[in-house]
Design a protein around this ligand. Structure first.
Ligand code: CAP
Ligand code: MG
Length: 474
């Protein structure tokens, strides 16, 4: 151990020493959830003292060593096991037996991004990456209905699922809302979502919105001969109302596969996410991440990364979560954040920021696990008959200031087309209206698939030509 480290270890008080083991034999032995934090001490503690205080407060401890701890309770201590002084990073191992049995994700987050974000002893504390061992993955639901199931239903393969969000964000009556859905669907779009605040507003009663969407969908399917999907926001004041909305949709006569449940995962909470995953395993669970910026924005020194949020959404069983446009759209983001997060939840094995996460529930040295990963990388399979061996994929949902002109620039950054994109302004502000906006999006996607420049393709596609004219510098 280097002299600097020896001095740091010597500076620890007896309580702090119980939360540090820089010689932890094998952090990846399956006992621990591993986390990497960016940490800048705030008070007069040095980085190892501050890290020990973080490990204590986020596992078994508090600010002063208590007389009531036991030999067993000490085995549940989180342990600081690695430091990178230059990059201000600390690695912490959490015995996953700490966590509530029964696959509770909310409980984990309460530990590892709970009180510690409020501690005086830190100036900066951001959870940058997490690693789940196979023995822990076994305990959690993971996704059930995936984007591959949606692709099968829509008969849409090898291209992004093309979606919109009805705009204006709020204020349409249920009939007007359904009209916008109809226009997008007959324009060739696949997928329409409620906006994140859509609920039961008096000018757009939930029951009527559902009924009108059903009529609009029936009409559009009949006229286009293509299946369509609508993602209904079921976030509500209480679980009973949330379930009531789910049941209203389920019993409204929609074909299975033609509807998804959208949940505002951060403002409605992880219990709502997991309740929906467990009650409706055959419905696409759409995690909208409104309010995530308070934790994830790159300039925020305190919180967690987009990758961490997205990994926990997959662990909890979301079928898809918004992962950002890597700066191509209107929201803050970069490829290093958003694309790493997207790949981190799509594939069976992905590098992450600090941990290579394999989502197999068997040791990734096992021949079958290796075959699964290779099969997934080659064919992006759904793990139809292997879901006991590994956790199914979670779909990146890419949205925020996108328009048909930005589709290819985003795909180029994403390096694959296995995502859902939802464009609101980018469709409903098209000079020709929503149907033309949808047609322009379909045309931009077709141009990409044919390897054609959109300007070339637009020469004989009016709606795309208008879109290029209108959106190019927006
Ligand atoms: C996009 C959107 C989405 C954001 C969420 C909005 O509308 O409906 O909620 O994309 O951001 O309300 O802004 P536009 P993220 O297409 O009109 O921008 O996907 O980054 O979580
Ligand atoms: Mg929105």
């Amino acid at each position: 151990m280097s002299l600097i480290y020896e001095d740091l270890v010597k500076s620890l008080d007896s309580k702090q020493q119980a939360y540090v083991d820089l010689e932890l034999p094998d952090p990846t032995n399956g006992e621990y959830l591993l986390g990497v934090f960016h940490l800048i001490p705030g008070g007069d503690l040095n980085v190892l003292q501050a890290a020990a205080e973080i490990a204590a407060e986020s596992s078994t401890g508090t600010n002063i060593k208590v007389n009531t701890e036991t030999a067993f309770s000490r085995t549940m201590n989180a342990l600081v096991y690695q430091l990178d002084l230059e990059r201000e990073l600390v690695w912490v191992a959490y015995p996953w037996r700490l966590f509530d049995r029964g696959g509770n994700v909310q409980n984990i987050l309460t530990y590892i991004v709970g009180n510690i974000l409020g501690m005086k002893e830190i100036q900066a504390l951001k959870l940058m990456d997490v690693w789940f061992p196979p023995s822990m993955l076994e305990q959690y639901d993971g996704p059930s209905y995936t984007v591959d199931d949606m692709r099968k239903y829509l008969d849409v393969h090898d291209r992004p699922i093309l979606g919109t969000i009805v705009k204006p964000k709020m204020g349409l009556t249920s009939a007007e809302y359904a009209e916008v859905c109809y226009d997008f669907w007959v324009g060739g779009g696949d997928f329409v979502k409620n906006d994140e605040p859509q609920a039961n507003q008096d000018f757009c009663p939930y029951e009527k919105m559902v009924a009108h969407v059903k009529e609009a969908m029936n009409k559009a399917v009949k006229e286009t001969g293509h299946k369509k999907v609508h993602s209904f926001n079921v976030s509500a004041a209480d679980f009973d109302t949330m379930i009531e909305r789910c049941e209203m949709i389920t019993n409204a006569g929609f074909e299975p596969g033609s509807y998804a449940f959208l949940i505002d995962g951060i403002t409605a909470g992880w219990m709502a996410v997991q309740t929906l995953r467990r009650r409706y395993p055959d419905v696409f669970l759409h995690f909208h991440r409104a309010a995530h910026g308070a934790f994830t924005r790159q300039e925020n020194p305190i919180g967690f990364s987009v990758l961490v949020l997205s990994k926990f959404a997959r662990l909890a069983g979301a079928s898809g979560i918004h992962t950002g446009t890597a700066g191509v759209g209107k929201m803050q983001g970069t490829p290093a954040e958003d694309v790493v997060a997207a790949h981190g939840i799509q594939y069976l094995k992905s590098p992450g920021h600090f941990f290579e996460q394999t989502w197999s529930k068997i040791m990734d040295t096992d021949k079958d696990a290796i075959n699964l990963v290779n099969e997934d990388l080659a064919h992006h399979v759904i793990l139809e008959d292997d879901s006991w061996r590994a956790m199914k994929k979670c779909c990146p949902i890419v949205s925020g200031g996108l328009n048909p002109v930005k589709l290819k620039p985003f795909i180029d950054v994403m390096e694959n087309v296995d995502f859902i994109t939802t464009m609101g302004s980018g469709v409903h502000s098209h000079p020709g209206g929503t149907q033309s906006g949808a047609k322009a999006l379909v045309q931009a996607c077709d141009a990409y698939l044919q390897g054609m420049d959109i300007a070339e393709y637009a020469k004989d596609h009016k709606e795309l030509a208008e879109a290029i004219e209108f959106y190019l510098n927006r």
